[in-house]
Every structure is written in structure tokens, then in C-alpha cells.
Write a new protein. Structure first.
Length: 419
């Protein structure tokens, strides 16, 4: 059990760990500059896309504020983007739209040199920028999409309101997907595969801001084509970052086949968001999330009643983020193996509280990476917030709070859950 004071100090450690996982403002601005230039090229006057006002916007972890640096300096940051068109040529199918976006990218020699092989839904640009003082590596996945008329107005208005499931439906976009049955046939966007990255972001921030009185992150700013870099994060954002880092370290060094089965970020983010209860202390939030997130994995498809593991997209009840678990059951096994691993690791870390900061540091090296933890604890010591031993040892025992984790995952409590 941790005392109140120890929990405060663990919160400081986890907050600092999260800060060291954040991409730098320089990296952020470099990425924005790069995709902004791509957007400018796609919307050139002589571009076939120009009449439809193509706009590049970030999505995914970049706007959720949960993006993390890769383990190795040689690895890429993964930045997800949407190429929005306000409308299209009436005859264009998904195939046509994706090809035209690709052709326009290839028409620029500098961009073409960065272009990877065509993906299922996206075009990927692999950047490598180096200078004497800066080394940045990232790749960008650009998803072609069609929005509804007046979409930008609807988007801005939605973020000024409290989250509403009905309102968020209006933020859906039609995307290209070469595995769709109608990929080469349908020229009607309403019949295409749907996505709702900005609706998901609104749902996520509604969860993240539960009982939080301080505004730390502007969603309106984050979804703009040129968003503003923001340093502060909600506890839920830090929890997601910490979970993703632990997952990455857990799979680092494993075989390529095993890495294919590692838990995907959208499942981790969704389950963590469902489990979060507005805790202001990151340690409290982390313990609660990893203890209960499995409860939000349903055993049945709520739409058909068919038995399968189901992690529902909170803004689209027809979409299962764990759909690949049915085809690849080993991915379900890997998810629970990883979840048990982080539970054990956190139990070991908190058990070091009475032994002092150096023991806590050592216990965090393996699950989060020695290089990251050296940087984290050096920063903490430089702040003068914690001593190596006395701070943790001095906490009053009579203020103890139970933060013990269950030794194993109990049986899932629910066959389904309500949004």
C-alpha cells in the first residue's frame, strides 16, 4: 500500500516520464511544416484536386496528445493525416480518388522520392531530415477522404459543445479502402467505408477532462491544419503514453512475427478511456485503468449476437477495433499477456516505495527503458523534488491508501457494455 505522500511522488515520476516521451516542439513544428507543404502541393491551381479544396489535417495520436517518441533514435515517428476534399468529381470511385492523390504526390520529385508503396487506405511519405543540430525521422500516412458540405463549420461548432453521440455522427468522413467490395465500383461517398477521427478525438477528450478543472489541451487548436504545440497533458493522456511505452519495450527485441501481434494503440486508448474515472493522480489512474480495462472487452458482437471478442468503436457501434482477433486469435493472447506483464511490473515498482528512489529507478528500467528512466530521474533530481531515499521513507504510514493490483485478471464481468 502506498501512502498519500508516496502517491504524490509517484505521480511526479510518471508525469516526468510522460514529458520525456513527448515529441519536442521542434519535432512537432517540423512535422507540421512538412505536411503543410504537401497540402500546398495537392491544392496547386493546376492540380486535378484543386477544385475540391484539399486540406491536410492531423489525426490519431497527433491530435489526441498521446504520441510518443520511439525507443530508438533510429526509428520513425508515426504521424497520421487526413487529406480532406469538400467534394469530388461525380464519376470518381475510391480507386480514382486514391490514384489521383497518389499521382499528384508523384508529380513532385521531392515528394515522390519519399513515397512508399501504396497502402490499403493511405499513401505513406517516409521523411529523413538531418542537420548538424537536429535529427528527425518520421513517416506520414495520408488518408484520402471526402467530407460533407460545410464540414469545417460543423467541426468547429462541435468542439465548442459538450460531447454528444448524436452530434458526433455528423463528423464522419468517407475514406478510400482498397479492401472494400465497392472500391472500383461505387462513386457515391455515402456508400464508402466511414471513419470519424475527429469524432473519436472529441469522445476521448470528454473522457480525459472528467472532473478536471484545468484546461490543459485545446482540441480546437489540435484539429486545425496548422495546430499549436501544447506541453501540458491530462492524466488520461499520460496513462495512454505510459501504456504505449510499456508495450513498445515489452515487444522490443521480440521476433518479427511476435511484433505483428502486439496490442494496437487504438485498443489501448479506447479501453483506457473507458476505464478512466477522472483521477487527478496519474498513479491512481494507471492502477485503475490496468485493473479494469479488460472489463470493456465484450464477449459478443452486440449487433449480431455472435460470440467474438468485441472492443467497440465508441462512436460507431458497428465497428470492432478487435476484429482481427477473430482471424488471428494469437493477438488476443498477446493482449492479455502484455496486460498481465504491466500489472506485474507496476506491482513490483510500487513495492519499492519504502526502499527509496534508487530502487524505484532500478525497478522501472526494464519495463520502460533504462535510457528513458535515467533521463526521467535526472530531471526529477535536478528539480529538487525528490531525494534518493528520505522522501519516500518519511511518508506517514497512517495515511496509507490501498493501491494493490489483483494478482491475475478476473473473468470479464460483462458480455457487453453501454456507451
Amino acid at each position: 500500500m502506498l501512502t498519500i505522500e508516496q502517491k504524490k511522488q509517484f505521480n511526479e515520476i510518471l508525469e516526468t516520464l510522460g514529458e520525456n516521451l513527448d515529441i519536442s516542439e521542434t519535432q512537432f513544428n517540423a512535422a507540421v511544416t512538412s505536411y503543410k507543404s504537401v497540402g500546398t502541393w495537392l491544392s496547386k491551381d493546376d492540380s486535378e484536386l484543386a477544385p475540391y479544396n484539399p486540406t491536410i489535417k492531423p489525426q490519431g495520436s497527433f491530435i489526441l496528445g498521446t504520441i510518443i517518441k520511439p525507443i530508438s533514435d533510429d526509428d520513425d515517428l508515426d504521424i497520421d493525416l487526413v487529406c480532406e476534399l469538400s467534394k469530388k468529381n461525380d464519376s470518381w470511385t475510391q480507386f480514382d480518388l486514391k490514384k489521383i492523390v497518389g499521382d499528384q504526390l508523384k508529380a513532385n520529385k521531392k515528394i515522390d522520392d519519399l513515397l512508399d508503396e501504396e497502402g490499403r487506405r493511405c499513401w505513406t511519405l517516409k521523411y529523413r531530415q538531418e542537420s548538424d543540430n537536429l535529427k528527425e525521422k518520421y513517416h506520414m500516412d495520408i488518408l484520402p477522404a471526402i467530407t460533407s458540405e460545410g464540414y469545417s463549420v460543423i467541426l468547429n461548432e462541435s468542439y465548442a459543445k459538450t460531447f454528444s453521440a448524436e452530434e458526433v455522427d455528423k463528423l464522419g468522413i468517407s475514406i478510400t479502402d482498397n479492401e472494400s467490395d465497392n472500391y472500383y465500383i461505387s462513386n457515391t461517398p455515402e456508400d464508402w467505408h466511414k471513419s470519424n477521427p475527429f469524432g473519436y478525438a472529441q469522445w476521448f477528450f470528454a473522457k480525459a477532462s472528467l472532473q478536471q478543472t484545468t484546461k490543459r489541451f485545446s482540441l480546437n487548436e489540435s484539429v486545425k491544419p496548422v495546430p499549436t504545440f501544447q506541453k501540458e497533458r491530462f492524466p488520461l493522456q499520460r496513462v495512454v503514453q505510459i501504456l504505449k511505452r510499456h508495450r513498445d519495450i515489452f515487444y522490443n527485441g521480440k521476433s518479427e512475427e511476435e511484433r505483428k501481434n502486439k496490442p494496437i494503440s487504438i485498443i489501448i486508448t479506447t479501453l483506457a478511456s473507458h476505464s478512466y474515472r477522472g483521477e487527478a493522480n496519474i498513479m491512481d489512474a494507471l492502477v485503475n485503468v490496468i485493473s479494469t480495462m479488460h472489463e470493456y472487452i465484450a464477449d459478443y458482437n452486440p449487433n449480431t449476437g455472435e460470440k467474438e471478442k468485441w472492443v467497440e468503436n465508441p462512436i460507431n457501434s458497428l465497428e470492432n477495433f478487435a476484429d482481427k482477433w477473430k482471424e488471428f486469435p494469437e493477438r488476443q493472447t498477446h493482449f492479455f499477456d502484455w496486460l498481465n506483464e504491466i500489472k506485474n511490473d507496476l506491482r513490483n515498482i510500487t513495492s519499492q516505495a519504502d526502499r527509496g528512489l534508487n530502487f524505484i529507478n532500478e525497478s522501472m528500467n526494464r519495463p520502460f527503458g533504462e535510457k528513458l528512466m535515467i533521463k526521467t530521474f535526472s530531471k526529477i533530481k535536478n528539480k529538487g523534488l525528490l531525494s534518493s531515499t528520505s522522501t519516500f521513507l518519511s511518508a506517514s504510514v497512517d495515511k496509507s491508501i490501498d493501491t494493490e493490483l489483483p494478482t491475475k485478471l478476473p473473468k470479464t464481468k460483462r458480455e457487453g457494455f453501454q456507451k
